[in-house]
Design a protein around this ligand. Structure first.
Ligand code: FAD
Length: 437
């Protein structure tokens, strides 16, 4: 089947064009009979073009979503790659286990989490998703099925974790889960008045809390530049499961003909958001889902950006340059007159991922979301790339739809070593843009 219009897209709004769609089981059974090159498609929660493969074949993995083994004593779980975190959580949380690393939406597949080596609010304490992968099976386009683990096919293990789906199709993953004593989180919310406030608060919070993340008011300027709200939490220490949180079925109903995000609406939103967060509140017990996945409560919220979609920018900058680079990026964004709806700041920790191309480095990570306004947005993003690279940092490939090959290569100087492990039958729009040549 050829991709139905709009059905296979990335979260930023890029659409699969002229791709053949095949189920994973079908591709495994009849590998030779499909249009080349191929690429696995998880659940399209990557923002840019790394999950798209125009003119080739997309292997839809969502039909392969079984839990194959789950040891409730040790927390070792083996599953198929199309399993969503959403369903995984329903299975493992009541048994007292939790994914050791989870991204900010539960609508991500395990295969997608592995291929992008995703990070969560606990990067400083747990590293990336790949740090907890014990083994996986990889199917190559020549028909080989390879078991990969830190000591078995070790090069392919490292290249596939964070390997953008280019080394083959992951067909099974074995993951070490993390024990929890409660489904509740103990959360604190703290306000900071500027960037210095963030860096102080984040460093002290990382020492006491497993999960930390900050929202930044990207419209604040002058002495309030970089002000925001920091959320920090630990799993609650005593056993007890709160009733499931409600309100998960809201849906953003239509895609408006123009972006609803502009400086006026954002200014009102930021004011409301900041003032709705309690100041100096004592730790509060909250269910885990709204803490980890606040945006999941409104399905298709990305429609708010209108028909041209959104462009997300995420960079990681080493600690020595982090303060000044983040300040410069926020200043440039203000000067460009662009409004970033969701601006997120976090410190990455020192734990190294086994993934060769893993995105996080120790330092700070800044994420900005912009409505796509064409050349104007492009110019700002190119400037943000420049600041990140000049600071010795990198730009996140799976949030990106337009970085240049030079930015990619400066971000990941090891890219040639990685390229040696790519399966020649696999490719993506992203890789043809940044990696070829
Ligand atoms: C609201 C929101 C919040 C987010 N928060 C975070 C966050 O906090 N941290 C973070 O790191 N990311 C975050 N992301 C990004 C998201 O976690 C990643 O892009 C993730 O990889 C998407 O997974 P997916 O299942 O949707 O896969 P897709 O986006 O469809 O694909 C991702 C990659 O995985 C490959 N792939 C998928 N399945 C397989 C397989 N079986 N074998 C081989 N390759 C495969 C694809 O080829 C592609 O390269 C967020 C995204 C959204 C929309």
């Amino acid at each position: 089947m050829t991709a139905p219009p709009g059905e296979y897209r990335s979260w930023g709004g890029l659409v699969a064009r002229g791709s053949e769609i095949v189920g994973a089981a079908d591709w495994i059974a009849h590998r030779a009979g499909h249009r080349s090159p191929v690429l696995a498609y998880g659940n399209g929660r990557s923002y840019g073009d790394s999950c798209l493969n125009d003119g080739g074949t997309l292997i839809d993995t969502r039909g392969l979503d079984e839990v194959l083994a789950f040891d409730r004593e040790t927390g070792l779980l083996t599953c198929e790659p199309g399993l969503l975190f959403d369903r995984l959580l329903d299975i493992v949380v009541p048994a007292g286990w939790f994914p050791p690393v989870t991204p900010g939406t539960s609508f991500v597949t395990i295969g997608g989490a592995l291929a992008n080596d995703v990070h969560g609010k606990n990067h400083h304490s747990a590293g990336t998703f790949g740090c907890h992968v014990r083994a996986f099976e990889l199917m190559r386009s020549d028909g080989q099925s390879l078991l990969c683990a830190p000591d078995i096919n070790a090069d392919l293990f490292a290249a596939t974790i964070g390997g953008f789906g280019l080394t083959g199709l992951v067909t099974q993953v074995t993951l070490q889960l993390m024990p929890i004593r409660s489904a509740a989180m103990e959360q604190e919310i703290l306000h900071f008045d500027n960037l210095d406030g963030f860096f102080e608060l984040a460093a002290s919070s990382d020492a006491t809390h497993d999960y930390t993340v900050a929202w930044v008011d990207a419209l604040a300027s002058g002495r309030h530049l970089g002000r925001g709200v920091l959320f920090r939490a630990n799993h609650a220490p005593d056993y007890g499961f709160l009733p499931p949180s409600v309100g998960r079925n809201l849906r953003f109903p239509v895609r408006p003909p123009f972006p609803l995000i502009n400086r006026t609406t954002l200014s009102a939103f930021n004011w409301l958001y900041r003032h709705s967060q309690p100041r100096g509140a004592a730790p509060r017990r909250v269910p885990y889902r709204p803490f980890f996945y606040p945006l999941d409560r409104i399905r298709d919220w990305n429609r708010v950006y209108g028909p041209q979609g959104l462009r997300q920018f995420q960079c990681a900058v080493p600690m020595a340059e982090a303060r000044s680079a983040v300040e410069e990026m926020l200043r440039r964004t203000l000067a460009a007159g662009e409004a970033s709806f969701l601006t997120v700041l976090k410190l990455f920790g020192a734990k190294r991922s086994p993934g060769l191309m893993s995105f996080p480095i120790q330092g700070a990570t800044l994420t900005l979301d912009f409505a796509n306004r064409g050349a104007r947005t492009e110019a700002l993003l190119t400037e943000l790339d420049r600041i990140a690279i000049a600071a010795g940092g990198r730009v996140n490939p799976y949030k990106d739809a337009r970085m240049s090959p030079a930015t990619f290569r400066a971000s990941f100087p090891q890219w040639r070593a990685f390229a040696a492990h790519i399966d020649s039958g696999f490719s993506s729009d992203f890789w043809r843009r940044v990696g070829s040549g």
